[in-house]
Ligand binder design. Structure first.
Ligand code: F0G
Length: 467
């Protein structure tokens, strides 16, 4: 049986500190040294599976919510809470879709391009993976209120878990004008307390941490280590869909760097448990207008360095950013983040997975998004950064044309419809207003609507001409 509290604990990620804390403590950083925390396990005293194939036994038990959940069917690999504490709303029913069309666009020839579509989650993004795990932890510590800063998806996810379970009250911090309308509508509809502050996501993130501490509100942003335990399962589902074969590459958009950190941890643990024989390579893709990781990792050579990353370079980078008042700016609203809270964890993941970082312009992101829409399940702009990044890496020869690549589509196609409609429009003013202002010049893959008079012959003619 999984989940015995004393066999799971929290541990500082810095090997020099490595202090441990109980899972019953509510922490978002190491009280001793301020570094991030992991959830860690005493695997020798737990019962992880002998083979990943063992999880297939859960497929026939769909009536059991813990077997049905795409998250909790992997409970043995995130055993920090007992089964009776688990909070699930049926998250993780997501698909790995093999797309020859997107593969061709990216430049693979004999290789395979897969799209892991996390937009299928109840609130429309991968966040539900993390939220289910964070809620489970919050329940075990008796929290009554939960807060997050968000550009949209985290808030919608928190709000739906509060609404469905009635276990906590949601408090959401958003930067004014920096949340997508659809997502705001979800938060309001689900009854969350929505606090709009002047500023952007980075400002909201800072404030929510202060306020949570002051008021003792449970924080569900990805500094919360339990959230990342849930996000590990995205990788378990990818492996499951590939019949437990490890792909060559995982390509993921990078914002607050929670996913990349969680994926690195997932593979490190699977390797340690002998459940996989090799780890895939990891590519994290920033938006060009929010490229802190790219600049630090690729341009300044900052590395995990056995848990001692070059903090002088990192601190200097942020000091310059503040002095120059540089703000994140990209159409990919979900990754419009200049101060990624999981930076050091992500550096560790990049080391474990021989990783690379790239940045994609809004033009590249929107072109890739149009290709995903035309050849796959669709996604929001931030998600398409993964496909744009994969295309760059194939062109550079870093990803081989015959390799098996999985791009993570983190959010639903309907998240930022303004950007999508502006890309496909024939209205130049609308295009300029939404996209031209961000340096997007062309819509090479636009699917233009056809305007016809309300006349049967004209309509028939138009369909015969274009259909
Ligand atoms: N993709 C989507 C769709 C997101 O919503 C986010 C983050 C990311 C990627 C970045 O993921 O932080 O793991 O690198 N969205 C946050 C939010 C900021 O508020 O919903 P990361």
């Amino acid at each position: 049986m999984p989940a015995v509290a004393d066999r799971a604990f929290q541990r500082c990620i810095s090997p020099a500190c490595a202090r441990t804390y109980g899972v019953d403590e509510v922490l978002v950083g190491c009280p001793a040294c301020g570094n991030l925390l992991d959830v860690a396990y005493d695997w020798d005293r737990l019962t992880p599976p002998k083979s990943l194939k063992d999880f297939e036994a859960k497929w026939s038990r769909r009536h059991d919510p813990l077997a049905f959940s795409g998250l909790w069917r992997f409970h043995d690999l995130l055993p920090f809470a007992p089964p009776e504490a688990v909070v699930t709303i049926g998250e993780g029913q997501t698909l790995l879709h093999r797309s020859a069309g997107v593969g061709k666009y990216v430049g693979l020839d004999t290789g395979e391009l897969h799209l892991q579509y996390e937009g299928m989650n109840p609130s429309g993004s991968f966040k539900d993976n993390g939220m289910s795990a964070a809620f489970t932890h919050a329940r075990t510590v008796g929290a009554t209120r939960a807060a997050c800063a968000s550009t949209g998806n985290t808030s919608a996810s928190l709000a739906v878990y509060c609404s469905v379970t009635r276990l906590m009250r949601a408090v959401i911090f958003i930067g004014s004008g920096k949340i997508s309308y659809g997502k705001l509508s979800q938060a309001l509809d689900y009854g969350a307390l929505t606090v709009q502050i002047t500023g952007d996501f980075d400002d909201a993130m800072q404030r929510v941490q202060e306020v949570s501490k002051k008021l003792g509100i449970y924080l569900v942003n990805s500094v919360n280590p339990f959230r990342l335990e849930g996000q590990k399962t995205i990788m378990f589902r990818v492996l499951e869909a590939l019949r437990w074969e490890v792909p060559d590459w995982i390509v993921v958009p990078g914002g607050n760097l929670g996913n990349s950190s969680a994926f690195g941890k997932a593979f490190a643990e699977l390797k340690e448990l002998g459940l996989i024989s090799r780890v895939p390579r990891l590519a994290v893709i920033n938006a060009a207008g929010a490229d802190t990781l790219y600049r630090l990792y690729e341009q300044r050579g900052v590395r995990w360095n056995n848990g001692k990353p070059d903090t002088q370079t990192i601190d200097g980078y942020f000091a310059d950013m503040d002095r120059e008042r540089r703000r994140a700016s990209t159409i990919a609203s979900a990754i419009e983040i200049n101060r990624p809270v999981n930076l050091t964890k992500c550096l560790r993941a990049l080391e474990n997975c021989n990783g690379v970082v790239r940045q994609a312009t809004d033009q590249e992101i929107l072109d890739a998004k149009a290709q995903v829409g035309a050849n796959g399940l669709g996604c929001e702009p931030a998600s398409a950064a993964s496909v744009a990044g994969a295309k760059q890496l194939v062109a550079e020869g870093v990803i081989g044309r015959g390799e098996r690549v999985v791009c993570i589509l983190t959010g639903h196609q309907l998240k930022d419809p303004d950007a999508t409609v502006a890309y496909h429009t024939t209205d130049q003013d609308q295009f300029n207003k939404v996209l031209g202002s961000r340096g997007v010049r062309r819509a090479s893959y636009a699917n233009r609507a056809v305007a016809v008079p309300n006349d049967l012959d004209e309509i028939v003619k138009a369909i015969q001409l274009y259909g």
